[in-house]
Design a protein around this ligand. Structure first.
Ligand code: 16G
Ligand code: MG
Length: 557
């Protein structure tokens, strides 16, 4: 005998879903994919996606027993006409990987099928529709953001979820809010669940960490004409004279300005300062750039010879990790608290060498979620991508140890206090340009380092990144944290043979997760050799992938 027909628990709001869904139809020809950074494409085509993401976020919350789920509307460092959306799980971390596929499925269902596809999803995922549902959302300054928020809100209404609009703010603030809301009143309380709470927590920790140190000279900040601008302005008020800011690229209203010739991604990929800072920077003065949603950070300065020197994610990771290792040792906790660093294959070989002499270093595939999870395996895990995204994670047992440890000397007690303040300064939910910036400033103040001294900790190997347009980037498959190709077969061997001919030569090839290209990275002891190696490997990739010989880019040897 067959059992009762499989049905879902609680009420499935067919009517509401059909009504709201009809207001946000999906264009037939469009296909969407929830990738490394959520959905991301031209802002004007995302209406149906935002509606459906609203529905999905509401269901995710029900699935997690009514915990608050976050939604961030941004396309980060992409051009202004792009937009995107990603979901944030209750502890402020990225959406669980299994749900990325659900997001893609729902976004691509036809208008006629949407309600049925959704019903099946709710049934198969055993979502109890009678549970409460809460979603907090925010957006960056992109012009398409406002209408996309409306579409998202319709998705929440369709399910009857409780929505909280966090307004225009940075990605890291949204992640902070999610964790703060969900830990409120528990012993893991993360902070007050408001933007003010975020600033209070960070600025108080910063003041404590730099108190008694010499006055910090002004820091130039390039806000990428994005949401980092209003947020940095507010932060400046909380910090007052403790850390004076000079803000540039703060225009969030002139069309086309966002990330245009400015921002962390521009600086990293162009290896030069934003033109708007030409003539502004004094020799040796510290400057930094945020990206369009303020979760990436690049420092840089102009040296005595007028050369531009970049202090990227690797330089930040080494500075911060070495500082934390010292504090742990000084606090008398070296035996109990293990510090480790997580990087990707893009980390400059010189940074890996510098770090590996001091502490364990892991390599993961590109993408925040991979680094974040690997960093969780350490008592204190420092993770950074070379592109400037990263943070420090203190495990729950480490937090407890730091709180309970009885120091036996005044020096131990000071180091312990600093560590405890660091746990408050760092945004542990996700990479946060502003929190990372304060962290860097703390280390520089403690070490009495200028940008020049920081930069001299190790010398970057010259490196080159090349994009190769190929007919099918999915033909490229990697292993060993993207450091080796398994397909096309035989290509890795050729790359290995070529690398051997260059002093300090290292190169790897991987398909991009965000663009329809294959990326080639190469480094070597000499600039000319790094360039040559990169272009030779790129040429091999192009040929192997069956690129049209007539269109073979000239600079590929
Ligand atoms: C996304 C990732 C970033 C990664 C980049 C690589 C997140 C939130 N962001 O922006 O971590 O470095 O993609 O892009 O995970 P690629 O695959 O095109 O090289
Ligand atoms: Mg970003």
């Amino acid at each position: 005998m067959s059992g009762p027909p499989v049905s879902i628990r609680g009420h499935f709001p067919h009517k509401e879903i059909e009504h709201y869904s009809s207001l946000h139809p999906k264009a037939r020809h469009l296909q969407f994919s929830y990738g490394t950074a959520g959905f991301r494409t031209l802002g004007v085509v995302l209406d149906s996606v935002l509606f459906r993401v609203g529905v999905l976020a509401a269901l995710r919350s029900k699935k997690l027993d009514g915990k608050t789920v976050g939604v961030m509307i941004t396309a980060s460092h992409n051009p202004e006409e792009d937009n995107g959306v990603k979901l944030v799980d209750p502890r402020g971390e990225m959406l669980e990987a299994a749900w990325e596929a659900h997001a893609t499925n729902l976004a691509n269902a036809s208008n006629e099928d949407f309600s049925d596809v959704l019903y099946d999803f709710v049934r198969d995922s055993r979502i109890d529709m009678s549970k409460p549902s809460r979603v907090v959302y925010a957006r960056d300054t992109r012009p398409t953001g406002e209408s996309l928020v409306k579409a998202l809100e319709d998705g929440l209404k369709a399910i009857g979820a409780e929505g909280r609009d966090a307004g225009i703010t940075t990605t890291p603030v949204l992640h902070y809010l999610v964790r703060a809301i969900n830990t409120k009143g528990t012993k893991e309380e993360y902070g007050e669940d408001s933007e003010d709470g975020y600033f209070q927590k960070m600025s108080e920790a910063f003041r404590k960490l730099v108190s008694g140190r010499p006055r910090i000279p002004p820091l130039v900040i390039d806000c990428a004409n994005g949401v980092g601008a209003p947020i940095a302005k507010k932060l400046a008020e909380y910090l007052g004279e403790t850390l004076p800011f000079v803000l540039y690229n703060t225009d969030t209203t002139t069309p086309g300005g966002l990330n245009n010739n400015c921002g962390a991604d521009y600086v990293k990929t162009q290896q030069k300062p934003p033109p708007s800072l030409n003539g502004v920077l004094q020799k040796g003065q510290r400057a930094c750039s945020l990206d369009g949603d303020a979760d990436r950070l690049m420092y840089y300065f102009i040296d005595e010879r007028n050369y531009f020197l970049m202090l990227d994610g690797d330089k930040i990771a080494t500075l911060v990790a070495a500082f934390i290792v010292d504090l742990v040792r000084l606090a008398g906790l070296a035996e109990q608290v293990k510090v480790g660093v997580v990087q990707t294959a893009y980390a400059n070989g010189a940074s890996t060498k510098y770090l590996a002499d001091k502490l364990p270093v892991r390599c993961t595939p590109t993408g925040v979620k991979h680094l974040h999870h690997a960093a969780e395996q350490f008592n204190i895990g420092v993770y950074f991508e070379a592109n400037g995204h990263g943070t420090v994670l203190f495990s729950p047992s480490t937090l407890e140890k730091l709180e309970k440890h009885e120091p036996s000397t005044p020096a131990q007690s000071t180091a312990l206090r600093h560590l405890n303040n660091l746990t408050q300064l760092v945004n542990q939910t996700v990479g946060d340009a502003l929190s990372d910036m304060l962290l860097v400033e703390v280390v520089l103040a403690h070490k009495a380092y200028s940008a020049i001294e920081w930069n001299s900790l190790y010398t970057d190997l010259p490196n080159r990144l090349v994009k190769v347009h190929v007919p099918n980037r999915n033909a490229f498959k990697t292993e060993d944290a993207e450091r080796r190709l398994v397909s096309p077969r035989g290509l890795q061997k050729k790359i290995d043979d070529l690398c051997k001919r260059y002093d300090g030569g290292r190169s790897f090839v991987r398909p991009s997760g965000t663009e329809d290209v294959v990326r080639v990275y190469a480094e070597a002891v000499l600039r000319s050799q790094a360039d040559e190696l990169a272009f030779r490997v790129a040429g091999m990739v192009y040929d192997e992938a069956g690129g049209d010989p007539h269109r073979r880019p000239k600079e590929y040897y």
